[in-house]
Design a protein around this ligand. Structure first.
Ligand code: AP5
Length: 216
């Protein structure tokens, strides 16, 4: 299946995409993770993206398209994929459609994770990430076994720079202005399924599975 996970920052796209990918054997393609990795390695794309990520703004469409096109060409994406954080504006939706069309493909579903602002802020404020392996925790809802240490690789956990309160506000605004119009875009194509993203991680996973099964 070729799936897009849509939703505001902190709604749980990464958490749910990782679970789905593992269960179904689909490739998990997160543009946020790819960009953070590029920043960490200080590649030319990473250097360009760094100040934009820190400011909570979108990086240029062409730069992200290149990353996505390269990733989609990898063998593991042939059996299905979940796009997490892409597309993020109407131009990117067009770019993606063109990219898939070139390969004779299309999207099967777009899952929209819905969550109230208050819960979003709480999830982002408590998020801690591993700078080495990318694992994601939450101080309250998904704490590591040893405080501040990654369960997988033992590295010291960090707070994402763009999870600072003022940047979170800007990211929410960017989502409303640039990304939210995609909801109607995909609804009009009959691809959209909406899922309540509140409650525990397992509950949300179940709702996604149900939504995918009933909309098939
Ligand atoms: P990106 O990394 O894509 O960030 P985002 O969309 O803002 O989403 P987040 O990663 O913040 O949240 P999420 O929904 O994945 O939630 P998570 O599962 O972590 O993008 C970052 C930046 O990169 C952008 O601002 C932009 O600059 C750039 N960028 C990326 N893609 C781009 C593109 N296509 N074009 C241009 N620029 C782009 O969960 C959040 C927390 O809540 C975690 O701590 C988690 O443990 C916890 N949690 C999850 N689910 C639950 C639950 N059910 N109950 C309790 N806690 C939960």
């Amino acid at each position: 299946m070729r799936l897009v996970l849509l939703g505001p920052p902190g709604a749980g796209k990464g958490t749910q995409a990782r679970r789905l990918a593992e269960r179904r054997g689909w490739a998990h393609i997160s543009t946020g993770d790819m960009l953070r990795e590029a920043v960490r390695k200080q590649t030319p794309a990473g250097q360009k993206a760094e100040p934009l990520l820190a400011a909570g703004q979108l990086v240029p469409d062409a730069l992200v398209l290149e990353l996505v096109a390269e990733r989609l060409a990898e063998p593991d994406a042939r059996g299905g994929f979940i796009l997490d954080g892409y597309p993020r504006n109407p131009q990117q939706a067009e770019d993606l459609a063109a990219l898939l069309r070139e390969r004779g493909l299309g999207l099967d579903r777009v899952v929209l994770l819905r969550l109230e602002d208050e819960a979003i802020v709480r999830r982002m404020a408590g998020r801690r990430s591993c700078p080495e392996c990318g694992a994601v925790y939450h101080l309250e809802f998904a704490p590591p076994r040893v405080p501040q240490r990654c369960d997988r690789c033992g590295a010291a956990l960090v707070q994402r720079e763009d999870d600072r309160e003022e940047v979170v506000r800007r990211r929410l605004e960017t989502y409303r202005q640039k990304t939210a119009p995609l909801i109607e875009h995909y609804r009009a194509q009959g691809l959209l399924v909406e899922v309540d993203a509140s409650g525990e991680v397992d509950q949300v996973s179940q709702r996604i599975e149900q939504a995918l099964a009933t909309s098939a």
